[in-house]
Write a protein that binds this ligand. Structure first.
Ligand code: NAP
Length: 244
Protein backbone atom coordinates (compact mmCIF):
# COMPACT_ATOMS: atom_id res chain seq x y z
CA UNK A 1 0.00 0.00 0.00
CA UNK A 2 1.48 3.36 -1.01
CA UNK A 3 1.75 5.84 1.83
CA UNK A 4 1.25 8.90 -0.29
CA UNK A 5 0.24 12.34 0.79
CA UNK A 6 -2.58 13.89 -1.22
CA UNK A 7 -4.20 17.33 -1.15
CA UNK A 8 -7.83 17.38 -2.28
CA UNK A 9 -9.24 20.80 -3.14
CA UNK A 10 -12.82 20.26 -2.08
CA UNK A 11 -16.18 21.91 -1.68
CA UNK A 12 -18.25 19.36 -3.61
CA UNK A 13 -19.89 16.04 -2.90
CA UNK A 14 -17.56 14.41 -5.40
CA UNK A 15 -14.50 15.79 -3.58
CA UNK A 16 -15.86 14.28 -0.36
CA UNK A 17 -16.29 10.91 -2.02
CA UNK A 18 -12.77 11.15 -3.47
CA UNK A 19 -11.23 11.91 -0.07
CA UNK A 20 -13.19 9.08 1.56
CA UNK A 21 -12.03 6.54 -1.00
CA UNK A 22 -8.41 7.77 -0.86
CA UNK A 23 -8.36 7.48 2.92
CA UNK A 24 -9.88 3.99 2.65
CA UNK A 25 -7.09 3.06 0.23
CA UNK A 26 -4.45 4.16 2.75
CA UNK A 27 -3.56 7.61 1.38
CA UNK A 28 -2.66 10.34 3.82
CA UNK A 29 -5.31 12.81 2.64
CA UNK A 30 -5.90 16.48 3.42
CA UNK A 31 -9.08 18.10 2.12
CA UNK A 32 -9.02 21.86 1.72
CA UNK A 33 -12.30 23.80 1.97
CA UNK A 34 -12.81 27.48 1.17
CA UNK A 35 -14.81 27.94 4.38
CA UNK A 36 -17.98 29.33 2.78
CA UNK A 37 -20.32 26.58 4.00
CA UNK A 38 -21.17 26.96 7.68
CA UNK A 39 -21.76 23.29 8.42
CA UNK A 40 -19.95 21.38 5.66
CA UNK A 41 -20.35 17.61 5.38
CA UNK A 42 -16.78 16.61 6.10
CA UNK A 43 -14.91 13.75 4.42
CA UNK A 44 -12.58 11.29 6.08
CA UNK A 45 -8.99 12.40 6.59
CA UNK A 46 -7.49 15.70 7.61
CA UNK A 47 -9.33 18.97 6.91
CA UNK A 48 -7.99 22.48 6.43
CA UNK A 49 -10.34 25.42 6.06
CA UNK A 50 -9.94 28.85 4.40
CA UNK A 51 -8.21 30.35 1.37
CA UNK A 52 -4.47 30.06 0.81
CA UNK A 53 -4.01 33.77 0.00
CA UNK A 54 -3.61 33.43 -3.70
CA UNK A 55 -1.06 31.54 -5.76
CA UNK A 56 1.87 32.63 -3.59
CA UNK A 57 0.15 31.35 -0.45
CA UNK A 58 -0.66 28.06 -2.13
CA UNK A 59 2.92 27.70 -3.35
CA UNK A 60 4.20 28.26 0.21
CA UNK A 61 1.70 25.72 1.56
CA UNK A 62 2.71 23.10 -1.04
CA UNK A 63 6.40 23.68 -0.37
CA UNK A 64 5.83 23.22 3.36
CA UNK A 65 3.48 20.23 3.21
CA UNK A 66 5.10 18.30 0.34
CA UNK A 67 2.19 16.46 -1.27
CA UNK A 68 2.72 13.68 -3.80
CA UNK A 69 -0.41 14.78 -5.69
CA UNK A 70 -2.97 17.51 -5.71
CA UNK A 71 -6.51 16.60 -6.76
CA UNK A 72 -8.50 19.64 -7.83
CA UNK A 73 -12.02 18.44 -7.05
CA UNK A 74 -13.52 21.91 -6.72
CA UNK A 75 -16.79 22.74 -8.42
CA UNK A 76 -16.47 23.22 -12.21
CA UNK A 77 -17.43 26.89 -11.67
CA UNK A 78 -14.65 27.52 -9.09
CA UNK A 79 -12.44 28.87 -11.88
CA UNK A 80 -10.13 30.98 -9.74
CA UNK A 81 -9.15 28.18 -7.39
CA UNK A 82 -8.51 25.84 -10.33
CA UNK A 83 -6.32 28.45 -12.03
CA UNK A 84 -4.37 28.94 -8.78
CA UNK A 85 -3.94 25.17 -8.50
CA UNK A 86 -2.44 24.95 -12.00
CA UNK A 87 -0.05 27.84 -11.36
CA UNK A 88 1.07 26.62 -7.92
CA UNK A 89 1.50 22.99 -8.99
CA UNK A 90 3.52 24.14 -11.97
CA UNK A 91 5.79 26.19 -9.73
CA UNK A 92 6.28 23.49 -7.09
CA UNK A 93 6.29 20.56 -9.55
CA UNK A 94 3.41 18.98 -7.66
CA UNK A 95 1.54 16.47 -9.90
CA UNK A 96 -2.00 17.77 -10.43
CA UNK A 97 -5.15 15.93 -11.44
CA UNK A 98 -8.44 17.73 -11.99
CA UNK A 99 -11.47 15.65 -11.10
CA UNK A 100 -14.11 16.94 -13.47
CA UNK A 101 -17.20 15.05 -14.55
CA UNK A 102 -18.71 15.31 -18.03
CA UNK A 103 -21.02 18.24 -18.73
CA UNK A 104 -24.76 17.68 -18.88
CA UNK A 105 -26.10 17.26 -22.41
CA UNK A 106 -29.63 18.18 -23.41
CA UNK A 107 -31.84 15.14 -23.95
CA UNK A 108 -35.18 14.56 -25.64
CA UNK A 109 -37.80 16.64 -23.83
CA UNK A 110 -35.33 19.29 -22.63
CA UNK A 111 -35.84 22.89 -23.72
CA UNK A 112 -32.46 24.40 -22.98
CA UNK A 113 -31.05 27.73 -23.97
CA UNK A 114 -27.27 27.66 -23.56
CA UNK A 115 -25.55 30.83 -22.41
CA UNK A 116 -21.88 31.52 -21.70
CA UNK A 117 -22.10 33.26 -18.32
CA UNK A 118 -24.40 33.90 -15.39
CA UNK A 119 -24.66 37.55 -16.50
CA UNK A 120 -25.83 36.38 -19.92
CA UNK A 121 -28.44 34.17 -18.23
CA UNK A 122 -29.86 37.17 -16.38
CA UNK A 123 -29.89 39.20 -19.62
CA UNK A 124 -31.66 36.38 -21.50
CA UNK A 125 -34.68 36.38 -19.20
CA UNK A 126 -37.82 37.99 -20.58
CA UNK A 127 -39.19 41.10 -18.94
CA UNK A 128 -41.19 40.37 -15.73
CA UNK A 129 -40.22 36.69 -15.82
CA UNK A 130 -40.99 34.51 -12.84
CA UNK A 131 -37.94 32.30 -12.42
CA UNK A 132 -36.27 29.72 -10.28
CA UNK A 133 -32.54 30.38 -10.10
CA UNK A 134 -30.04 27.80 -8.83
CA UNK A 135 -26.71 29.48 -9.58
CA UNK A 136 -25.55 29.83 -5.96
CA UNK A 137 -25.04 32.63 -3.45
CA UNK A 138 -22.11 34.37 -5.12
CA UNK A 139 -23.74 35.15 -8.44
CA UNK A 140 -27.42 35.62 -7.59
CA UNK A 141 -26.92 39.41 -7.39
CA UNK A 142 -27.35 39.98 -11.15
CA UNK A 143 -30.87 38.51 -10.95
CA UNK A 144 -31.78 40.51 -7.83
CA UNK A 145 -30.54 43.63 -9.64
CA UNK A 146 -33.32 43.34 -12.23
CA UNK A 147 -36.39 44.86 -10.55
CA UNK A 148 -38.83 43.23 -13.01
CA UNK A 149 -37.77 39.66 -12.13
CA UNK A 150 -39.23 37.63 -9.28
CA UNK A 151 -39.22 34.06 -8.07
CA UNK A 152 -37.15 31.63 -6.07
CA UNK A 153 -33.40 31.71 -5.52
CA UNK A 154 -32.20 28.35 -4.23
CA UNK A 155 -28.76 28.02 -2.73
CA UNK A 156 -26.92 26.34 0.12
CA UNK A 157 -25.71 29.40 2.00
CA UNK A 158 -27.42 32.82 2.28
CA UNK A 159 -26.82 35.22 -0.63
CA UNK A 160 -24.11 37.86 -0.56
CA UNK A 161 -26.66 40.43 -1.79
CA UNK A 162 -29.91 40.96 0.17
CA UNK A 163 -32.93 39.54 -1.66
CA UNK A 164 -35.55 42.04 -2.91
CA UNK A 165 -39.06 41.40 -1.49
CA UNK A 166 -40.38 39.76 -4.68
CA UNK A 167 -37.82 36.95 -4.23
CA UNK A 168 -37.96 33.95 -1.93
CA UNK A 169 -34.58 32.56 -0.88
CA UNK A 170 -34.62 28.79 -0.35
CA UNK A 171 -31.62 27.54 1.61
CA UNK A 172 -31.35 23.86 0.71
CA UNK A 173 -28.61 21.39 0.03
CA UNK A 174 -28.76 18.54 -2.51
CA UNK A 175 -29.60 15.75 -3.10
CA UNK A 176 -33.18 16.49 -4.15
CA UNK A 177 -35.62 13.82 -5.31
CA UNK A 178 -37.47 14.11 -8.61
CA UNK A 179 -40.76 14.28 -6.71
CA UNK A 180 -39.72 17.19 -4.49
CA UNK A 181 -38.23 19.01 -7.50
CA UNK A 182 -41.47 18.64 -9.45
CA UNK A 183 -43.41 19.86 -6.41
CA UNK A 184 -41.11 22.87 -6.05
CA UNK A 185 -41.27 23.85 -9.71
CA UNK A 186 -45.05 23.51 -9.70
CA UNK A 187 -45.54 25.44 -6.46
CA UNK A 188 -43.17 28.20 -7.60
CA UNK A 189 -45.24 28.81 -10.75
CA UNK A 190 -41.89 29.63 -12.36
CA UNK A 191 -41.84 30.07 -16.13
CA UNK A 192 -38.17 29.19 -16.46
CA UNK A 193 -35.28 27.60 -14.53
CA UNK A 194 -31.71 28.93 -14.52
CA UNK A 195 -28.95 26.40 -13.84
CA UNK A 196 -25.19 26.14 -14.13
CA UNK A 197 -23.93 23.17 -16.11
CA UNK A 198 -22.29 21.48 -13.13
CA UNK A 199 -22.23 18.12 -14.92
CA UNK A 200 -21.93 14.62 -13.51
CA UNK A 201 -25.05 12.58 -12.78
CA UNK A 202 -27.98 14.45 -14.28
CA UNK A 203 -29.63 16.67 -11.68
CA UNK A 204 -33.23 15.85 -10.78
CA UNK A 205 -34.21 19.52 -11.33
CA UNK A 206 -33.51 18.98 -15.06
CA UNK A 207 -35.75 15.92 -15.19
CA UNK A 208 -38.41 17.84 -13.27
CA UNK A 209 -38.20 20.73 -15.76
CA UNK A 210 -38.44 18.33 -18.70
CA UNK A 211 -41.41 16.56 -17.09
CA UNK A 212 -43.27 19.85 -16.68
CA UNK A 213 -42.18 21.26 -20.07
CA UNK A 214 -40.33 24.08 -18.33
CA UNK A 215 -37.57 25.82 -20.29
CA UNK A 216 -34.08 26.00 -18.79
CA UNK A 217 -31.33 28.57 -19.24
CA UNK A 218 -28.12 26.55 -18.92
CA UNK A 219 -24.92 28.41 -18.07
CA UNK A 220 -21.81 26.88 -19.64
CA UNK A 221 -18.76 26.15 -17.50
CA UNK A 222 -16.07 28.80 -17.33
CA UNK A 223 -12.82 27.98 -19.06
CA UNK A 224 -9.91 26.86 -16.91
CA UNK A 225 -6.20 26.53 -17.69
CA UNK A 226 -5.29 23.10 -19.04
CA UNK A 227 -4.62 20.30 -16.54
CA UNK A 228 -4.76 16.50 -16.71
CA UNK A 229 -8.41 15.57 -16.18
CA UNK A 230 -9.98 12.48 -14.65
CA UNK A 231 -13.73 12.26 -15.14
CA UNK A 232 -14.66 9.82 -12.37
CA UNK A 233 -13.43 8.34 -9.10
CA UNK A 234 -12.67 5.13 -10.97
CA UNK A 235 -10.44 7.00 -13.41
CA UNK A 236 -8.81 8.86 -10.53
CA UNK A 237 -7.92 5.65 -8.74
CA UNK A 238 -6.65 4.11 -11.97
CA UNK A 239 -4.40 7.10 -12.63
CA UNK A 240 -3.04 6.89 -9.09
CA UNK A 241 -2.13 3.27 -9.79
CA UNK A 242 -5.04 1.68 -7.94
CA UNK A 243 -7.70 -0.54 -9.48
CA UNK A 244 -11.20 1.04 -9.40
P1 NAP B 1 -13.27 30.45 -6.66
O1 NAP B 1 -13.98 31.67 -7.10
O2 NAP B 1 -12.61 29.62 -7.69
O3 NAP B 1 -12.17 30.79 -5.58
C1 NAP B 1 -12.18 31.99 -4.81
C2 NAP B 1 -11.18 31.83 -3.71
O4 NAP B 1 -11.70 31.00 -2.67
C3 NAP B 1 -9.88 31.18 -4.11
O5 NAP B 1 -8.99 32.08 -4.73
C4 NAP B 1 -9.37 30.67 -2.77
O6 NAP B 1 -8.88 31.74 -1.98
C5 NAP B 1 -10.65 30.23 -2.10
N1 NAP B 1 -10.96 28.81 -2.35
C6 NAP B 1 -11.78 28.26 -3.26
N2 NAP B 1 -11.85 26.95 -3.13
C7 NAP B 1 -11.01 26.63 -2.13
C8 NAP B 1 -10.64 25.41 -1.51
N3 NAP B 1 -11.16 24.23 -1.91
N4 NAP B 1 -9.75 25.45 -0.50
C9 NAP B 1 -9.22 26.64 -0.09
N5 NAP B 1 -9.55 27.82 -0.61
C10 NAP B 1 -10.43 27.82 -1.62
O7 NAP B 1 -14.28 29.53 -5.84
P2 NAP B 1 -15.85 29.70 -5.53
O8 NAP B 1 -16.58 29.57 -6.82
O9 NAP B 1 -16.05 30.87 -4.65
O10 NAP B 1 -16.11 28.38 -4.69
C11 NAP B 1 -15.70 28.29 -3.35
C12 NAP B 1 -15.88 26.86 -2.90
O11 NAP B 1 -17.23 26.45 -3.08
C13 NAP B 1 -15.01 25.88 -3.70
O12 NAP B 1 -14.44 24.98 -2.78
C14 NAP B 1 -15.99 25.18 -4.62
O13 NAP B 1 -15.62 23.84 -4.86
C15 NAP B 1 -17.30 25.27 -3.85
N6 NAP B 1 -18.47 25.36 -4.71
C16 NAP B 1 -18.53 26.33 -5.67
C17 NAP B 1 -19.65 26.38 -6.49
C18 NAP B 1 -19.77 27.42 -7.58
O14 NAP B 1 -20.79 27.40 -8.29
N7 NAP B 1 -18.79 28.32 -7.75
C19 NAP B 1 -20.69 25.46 -6.33
C20 NAP B 1 -20.58 24.47 -5.34
C21 NAP B 1 -19.46 24.44 -4.54
P3 NAP B 1 -7.32 32.14 -1.92
O15 NAP B 1 -7.06 32.88 -3.19
O16 NAP B 1 -7.22 32.96 -0.68
O17 NAP B 1 -6.53 30.86 -1.84
Amino acid sequence: MPHKRILVLGGTGLAREAADVLVDRGFDTVTSLAGVTRKPHLPKGEIRIGGFDGVEGLVAYLQREKFDHMIDATHPFAAQMSAHAVAACDKTKTPLLRLEQAVWQAQKGDQWQDVATVDAAAEALLRNAKVIVTVGRKEIGVFFARPDLSGIARMIEPPETAAPPQWQVLLERPPFTLETEIDLLRASQAEILVSKNAGGPRATKLDAAATLGLPVIMVARPSKPAAPIVASLRELLGTLGLAG
